[in-house]
Design a protein around this ligand. Structure first.
Ligand code: C2O
Ligand code: CU
Ligand code: CU
Length: 515
């Protein structure tokens, strides 16, 4: 082992020994990564209204399918007041348009790449056939504007990564959606470049509805709002700042110093004194959140969780704090009737530092009639998985390795950096397996295709935020997280990986093959 590797491990181990039981929650909430400081003045918090991304309209609805066209392109938009930022956006916006879809109804998204780089689109949380799942080497090469050099580079990349399925200009992603109502998201998944390409804007919401959810008297319409949380850094002229050599300079992950919600810095939302449903998504590259609602007057705010990554919980679950790792979603209801008209409630991130302790603010501006309710029973179809000794057990250990003489860091799963050829597990279609994730570090572990339930964390019952069906779970330092995963949907090659996007780009991915 190299000297630097040894020191790193020793420092990590020391921290674990000294924190003790009481120190865990602090350590668990802190973000893994390093701040990349913006250049120039940062905007004042709570100065801009919260934007809500537009809902995409199908170009065609056939019997049984909705077909959408979406164009990946560069555009210049105002994120920081008075300055322009060049984003790479789905339809040129950031976040991209929200897809509003139905369980079991085929959704086809025709993605047109008018950027100058290859892309891959993945529907995170989707039960998707392998050909549309956005495997990192299934590149969509740019349409017209691709220079011969870039095409050549892409071809070489393909050769080196053992032949993904390449497309030129556009690709049809087919989503049959054989799954429950849930809050999903889509984002770039290009091999080695997901982190910089998501940072530049390639991410958006994808909502699935179903009849079970329709029957519930939850807040709806303009009181059902998706909130995409992510951090970014900016150059003086307003462009996004991202390190050129993130692999060397930011191996633990890149943290921004401007908090964005739906693409706006520290925004404000005017609300009535009623219940709102917020679909929280941590779309940050590496940042973790420990969310709290702080009220200037009235009771401290609280979240009532109604759903997780994979849709409705069986019953609502109140939280005063929500821990969110990258990739995770929490569907919550907040009741602003607990606060007098005129009050300001701030959504804080107590795991953040300095200005990053603020996320956004709610301003209660009026009273309003509220017909919504949170029923005591949310989902009657929720099936709790229980372990059995017949279930295959598989272990996935997430660790840093210093590879080669140059002491370069790679992130590995079971000691292996990602290879398109290696298959670490072959679960049977329809089966449930017991998967064990371990690490000496923080890694939000995401599994494609499968939905899982957390069985144990550190040998104890799951944490408060682990409830429900999930596709992403935070593995904290020196902790083993056990999940029961169901491999329903399709046979084929899928992957699991760390959703710290810098770790993911540094090889912390692995294949499994559903047989
Ligand atoms: Cu959200 Cu494989 O990613
Ligand atoms: Cu995914
Ligand atoms: Cu990681």
């Amino acid at each position: 082992m190299s000297r630097r590797g040894f020191l790193g491990l020793a420092a990590g181990a020391g921290a674990a020994v000294t924190v003790g039981a009481a120190g865990w929650s602090h350590l668990a909430g802190a973000s893994t990564g390093r701040i990349l400081a913006s250049r120039g003045l940062l905007p004042k918090p709570f100065g801009v209204p919260l934007p809500v991304p537009p809902v995409a309209r199908p170009v065609r609805s056939e019997r049984g399918a909705d077909v959408y066209d979406v164009e990946q392109r560069e555009s210049r938009i105002e994120i920081l007041p008075g300055r322009k930022t060049t984003v790479w956006g789905y339809d040129g916006i950031f976040p991209g348009p929200t897809f509003d879809t139905r369980s079991g109804r085929r959704t086809v998204i025709q993605v047109h790449n008018n950027l100058t780089v290859p892309t891959v689109t993945h529907l995170h949380g989707g039960v998707t056939p392998p050909g549309s799942d956005g495997y990192p080497t299934d590149l969509l090469l740019p349409a017209g504007r691709c220079s011969p050099g870039q095409a050549h580079q892409a071809h070489n990349g393909m050769a080196a990564s053992h032949g993904g399925r390449m497309a030129f200009g556009s690709r049809r992603y087919v989503y049959p959606l054989p799954q429950r109502a849930a809050t999903l998201w889509y984002h770039d998944h290009r091999m080695d470049f997901s982190a910089p390409q998501v940072w530049r804007g390639l991410a958006g919401f994808f909502l699935i509805g179903d009849e079970e959810e329709d029957r519930l008297p939850l807040p709806g319409g303009n009181r059902d709002i998706p909130l995409m949380l992510c951090d970014r850094s900016f150059e003086e002229d307003g462009s996004f700042r991202y390190p050129t050599h993130s692999h060397d300079a930011f191996p633990d992950g890149v943290l921004g110093d401007v908090q964005l919600v739906n693409g706006a810095p520290w925004p404000v939302l005017e609300v009535s004194a009623t219940r709102y449903r917020f679909r929280l998504l941590n779309a940050s590259n590496a940042r973790r959140y420990q969310l709290r609602l702080e009220a200037e007057e009235g009771k401290p705010g609280r979240f009532v969780q109604i759903g997780s990554d994979g849709g409705l919980l069986a019953a609502p679950k109140p939280h005063s704090t929500l821990d969110m790792a990258p990739g995770e979603r929490f569907d919550v209801v907040v009741d602003f009737a607990d606060h007098p008209v005129g009050s300001r409630i701030t959504l804080r991130n107590t795991a953040g530092e300095g200005g990053m302790r603020n996320v956004m603010r709610f301003h209660v501006v009026r009273k309003e009639k509220d017909d919504s309710r949170i029923p005591a029973r949310l989902s009657t179809s929720f099936e709790k998985l229980t372990p059995s000794s017949a279930m295959p057990v598989r272990v996935f250990d997430f660790r840093r390795t210093n590879a080669g003489d140059d002491d370069r860091q790679v992130w590995t799963i079971n000691g292996q950096p990602f290879s398109t050829d290696a298959v670490l597990a072959s679960p049977r279609l329809g089966s449930v397996e017991r998967w064990r994730f371990s690490s000496d570090f923080h890694h939000p572990v995401h599994v494609h295709l499968a939905q899982f339930q957390v069985l144990a964390r550190g040998g104890r019952p799951p944490a408060a935020g682990d409830a429900g069906w999930k596709d992403t779970v935070d593995v904290r330092p020196y902790e083993v997280v056990e999940v029961l995963a169901r491999f329903a949907g399709y046979k084929g090659r899928y992957m699991l990986h760390c959703h710290n996007l810098e770790h993911e780009d540094m090889a912390m991915m692995a294949n499994f093959q559903v047989i």
